[in-house]
Design a binder for this molecule. Structure first.
Ligand code: CFM
Ligand code: HCA
Length: 534
């Protein structure tokens, strides 16, 4: 069923007037006749609403710092935050040296009541000494949880003293959960710290190969970056750093030598690409390795950037080979998926990225949204991100680089850059709203009540989201797919990843499970409403 303004009004009428006014601005029905549809985003969730968002600590420690494997990440706080950011995201890592992968450890000061009353700095300092002695990591990070900021522990001072004592890169991140309105603020805090304290610390001056690149905003969830790197290596690229999936302090130090930065996650890291361009003159290119078409387009744009005929030819050869491998495998899944509809509500980037892959399977996204993306992610942005207009941008340090200096340092001649900007659609994504079909719904910070209401009206065939919102639809008898951690599956990126995704989604539709469960509202009385309404 198509949705209209009146239906949305009815959903919102259940809210108190003030909440209704607020939520109304976060919901848009796509209408291509209207040039620039606006949406409210990146604002504080109203207390009492069951949001799916995380916090600044999650964005800093969980998302950006956590995947750096040769470092020990200390969580200063009560144990819960460390526990819940302990690999639940499924960011995979492997090392040649088994003693240099610390991701399987959950390291926390486990603050107790006495630490809250008397302060936890001494405990933190002791813990750093212990970590150095036991693990001998290449570097250490310390992330603050909410109580640390509330009691005023000076983790920056503790880190500074420890750095001097141990002669090791030990840095502190004041990413208390309450900072900002979501995980997005934590991305900024972490990335700024990495830029200030690690990137550029290495002594390399030249890239190790002809086509050296970094992949920014790829976290190797379910092995995604391994699949992307497989294809890139086959074409002839050398990946210096994946920031930060399967990442390491050792590699990150020399990230400045790359000739090109790819930006995969369009939310958590785009401003770092801009900072790297300003500081080291490295141009950047937005890519998307989710979906077959998007992967091909990204590979072609990369080849265009380097502009080498042999590389362009090799890119086409690899694309052809990969397609020959996957296309026959895809066919049976397409048959099962074709004609279905999906909700696609994920974090800050994937809510958009996965729509292309769904489309390739014949599945139409009828509702999508982000938990914490900013307006430019929904409405589209120019070639360079609008750093200054971001709500969290106050955290970005001044790099003291004038536009002239930046041009001087650009790793390719300015004229070539300008020519490429015309030739390569750096802004190959118009933003979520413009990329969706007429009549579909875009909802920012979708909550549990609205989820149920939209499901009731639109009856999607599959609901893709995170763990917090997964089980309501599943209990309603709708297949669900986590697009954060992939429900123990993956990789979903690149060519072979598309097959894994198609298989998992088709399995969700085809499983006979749905015939064996009775949703609770079908055989139990409800406190509110009636069976007909459900
Ligand atoms: Fe970027 Fe991500 Fe995402 Fe994100 Fe996240 Fe994630 Fe995500 Mo979960 S960095 S914005 S903060 S693509 S952890 S790997 S899945 S919400 S859509
Ligand atoms: C986070 C991490 C998360 C949570 C996913 C979920 C992830 O934001 O803290 O709610 O299912 O991808 O693991 O986004």
């Amino acid at each position: 069923m198509a949705i209209n303004e009146k239906m949305i009004e009815e959903i919102l009428n259940k809210y108190p007037a003030k909440v209704k006014r607020n939520r109304k601005k976060h919901i848009v029905i796509r209408d291509s006749a209207r040039e620039n549809q606006e949406i409210e985003a990146n604002t504080r969730t109203i207390p009492g609403i069951v949001t799916n968002r995380g916090c600044a600590f999650a964005g800093c420690k969980g998302v950006v710092l956590g995947p750096l494997k040769d470092m020990v990440h200390i969580v200063h706080g009560p144990i819960g935050c460390a526990y819940y950011s302990w690999l639940t995201r499924r960011n995979k890592a492997k090392t040649d040296d088994p003693k240099k992968n610390f991701l399987a450890y959950c390291v926390s000061t486990d603050m107790q009541e006495s630490d809250i009353v008397f302060g936890g700095e001494k405990k933190l300092a002791r813990m750093i000494d212990e970590v150095v002695e036991i693990f001998k990591p290449n570097a250490i990070t310390i992330s603050a949880t909410c109580p640390v900021g509330l009691i005023g522990d000076d983790i920056q001072a503790v880190a500074k003293a420890a750095r001097a004592k141990h002669g090791l890169n030990i840095t502190a991140y004041s990413c208390e959960g309450y900072k900002g309105v979501s995980q997005s603020a934590g991305h900024h805090i972490a990335n700024n710290g990495l830029m200030e304290n690690i990137v550029g610390e290495g002594d390399w001056e030249e890239p190790p190969s002809k086509y050296t690149i970094n992949i920014l905003g790829e976290y190797n969830i379910g092995g995604d970056s391994w699949e992307v790197e497989r294809v890139l290596n086959e074409i002839g690229y050398e990946v210096q750093v994946v920031m930060t999936g399967n990442g390491s302090y050792e590699k990150l130090k020399n990230a400045h030598v790359a000739q090109l930065n790819l930006v995969q996650c369009h939310r958590s890291i785009n401003y770092i690409a801009d900072m790297l361009e300003k500081k080291y003159g490295t141009p950047w290119l937005k890519v998307n390795f989710i979906g077959i078409r998007a992967t091909i387009e990204s590979l072609r744009n990369m080849a265009l950037y380097f502009g080498d005929e042999a590389l362009i030819k090799r890119t086409e050869e690899v694309i052809e080979k990969e397609l020959a491998e996957i296309e026959p495998q895809l066919e049976p899944y397409k048959k099962i998926c074709s004609g279905k509809t999906a909700f696609c509500f994920v974090g800050g980037s994937r809510g958009h990225h996965y729509q292309g892959l769904y489309e390739e399977l014949g599945i139409t996204t009828v509702l999508a949204g982000y938990e914490f993306a900013h307006r430019d992610d929904y409405e589209g942005r120019d070639v360079l991100p609008h750093i200054k207009s971001d709500a969290d941008s106050k955290n970005i340090p001044d790099l003291h680089v004038t536009p002239d200096e930046r041009r001087y340092r650009l790793k390719i001649p300015v004229e070539r850059m300008e020519e490429l900007q015309k030739k390569i659609p750096l802004s190959n994504y118009k933003g979520m709203i413009k990329d969706m079909m007429d009549g579909s719904i875009v909802v920012d910070d979708l909550n549990h009540y609205e989820t149920e209401e939209f499901i009731r009206i639109l009856k999607p065939d599959i609901f893709s989201s995170g763990i917090k919102d997964k089980y309501i639809p599943q209990k309603m008898g709708i297949p669900t797919k986590q697009l954060h951690n992939y429900d123990y599956s993956g990789p979903y990126a690149g060519f072979r990843g598309a097959i894994n995704f198609a298989r998992d989604v088709a399995m969700g539709f085809a499983t006979p499970t749905w015939n064996f469960i009775v949703p609770p509202w079908k055989d139990k009385p409800l406190l509110e409403g009636s069976i007909e309404q459900c």
